[in-house]
Design a protein around this ligand. Structure first.
Ligand code: SF4
Length: 340
């Protein structure tokens, strides 16, 4: 175990020099202008003498072998395990953060261990994982590490996954896209005011990232955490669903149940009925694969054929039973794009 320090420092990617020894970081949509001696909004990228450094290059705070369904990714190597890594801090400040222990921490405040990109690929293989996911906190903020690791993982025959708030810049996405196979993007609301007040960010960059991921051939699934009284209005859910449909009717959408957390312990858990309403709205809009998350044992954890409603993939928590016949419905022949 380690405490973050100079040894995890590395010159950053995707930045430019400005006047008066300032720099601008181009990794995420915040596009921070950083004066000498200061850090960006993510608190892990620092201007030292006019050069931008990451302070957490390979600082791993969390490391687990997870089912891919936990990310959640339901149409991507179902039933496989994924080697999952997280670091510290975040470029958002979500009031309901479920991982605030690491995401709200500053550099040096939590224990970490150094794992090189080579070691991460090797560990993933040793543990029998199909791939590597950067998850738990925002992968963009240790972009250099995820980029180096993703390139090595691909060489090692592993798949690569971002579980992300979608705030990475167009430049960052196009840089890592050749080595990134799949992403689950959180759309936290379909309302810019919500993003400003609850997440300290803006909505549009997130939507553009989802659209670009789809265009660039990255397998995309979208999660929408439904928070009672905050983003569960039917009009908002419909607008979100219509936008998601515009990306692709076959892009899986996960409506996830909120539980009181962090600075929002005064908000009750999402009623299951509200989630079922969100499901209904999205299906009415034409989204073919809609799921409920954090509702163990619900029938909408399963994948159903959009044409004949036959069950295609059965899920009980993280247990998966695949009924597909060569990526098609065994009853009516409907084809579904699932990466096996
Ligand atoms: S990653 Fe985003 S938040 Fe962090 S310094 Fe760069 S632009 Fe700012």
């Amino acid at each position: 175990m380690n405490t973050l320090g100079e040894d995890m420092k590395k010159e950053a990617m995707l930045w430019e020099s400005l006047d008066e020894n300032r720099v601008r970081c181009h990794v995420c949509a915040h596009q921070c202008t950083i004066s000498e001696g200061k850090r960006g909004i993510c608190r892990v990228r620092e201007n030292q003498n006019g050069t931008l450094y990451t302070l957490i290059y390979n600082s791993v705070s969390s490391m687990n072998i997870d089912p891919i369904e936990k990310k959640p990714l339901f149409h991507f190597h179902p039933g496989s395990n994924v080697f999952s890594l997280g670091t510290v801090s975040c470029n958002f400040r979500c009031k309901h953060c479920q991982n605030y222990g690491i995401a709200a921490a500053d550099v040096g405040e939590v224990s970490t261990r150094e794992i090189t990109p080579e070691e991460s690929a090797e560990l993933a293989r040793q543990y029998g994982c199909g791939g590597i996911a950067w998850t738990y906190n925002e992968p963009t903020i240790w972009f250099e590490y995820t980029y180096d690791s993703a390139r090595l993982a691909k060489q090692a025959g592993l798949y690569t996954v971002y579980v992300t708030n979608g705030y990475l810049s167009e430049k960052a996405l196009s840089t890592i896209a050749p080595y990134l196979d799949a992403a689950n993007v959180d759309v936290k609301a379909f309302d810019d005011e919500h993003y400003k007040h609850i997440n300290n960010a803006r909505l549009n960059p997130v939507l553009r990232t989802c659209e670009r991921m789809k265009q660039q051939g990255i397998h995309l699934e979208i999660t929408y955490l439904v928070i009672p009284g905050y983003n569960d209005d039917h009009d908002e859910l419909r607008q979100f669903s219509e936008w998601a449909l515009g990306i692709g009717a076959d892009v899986p959408v996960h409506f996830s149940r909120f539980y009181p957390h962090y600075q929002m312990t005064d908000v009750p858990p999402t009623p299951v009925k509200t989630l079922e309403e969100a499901h209904r709205i999205a299906r009415e809009c034409g989204i073919q694969y809609v799921y409920l998350g954090n509702v163990y044992g619900h029938r909408y954890e399963n994948t159903y054929c959009p044409k004949c409603d036959n069950i295609l993939i059965e899920r009980h928590g993280y247990n998966v039973i695949n009924h597909l016949t060569k990526n098609s419905c065994p009853k009516c022949g409907w084809g579904i794009c699932i990466y096996i």
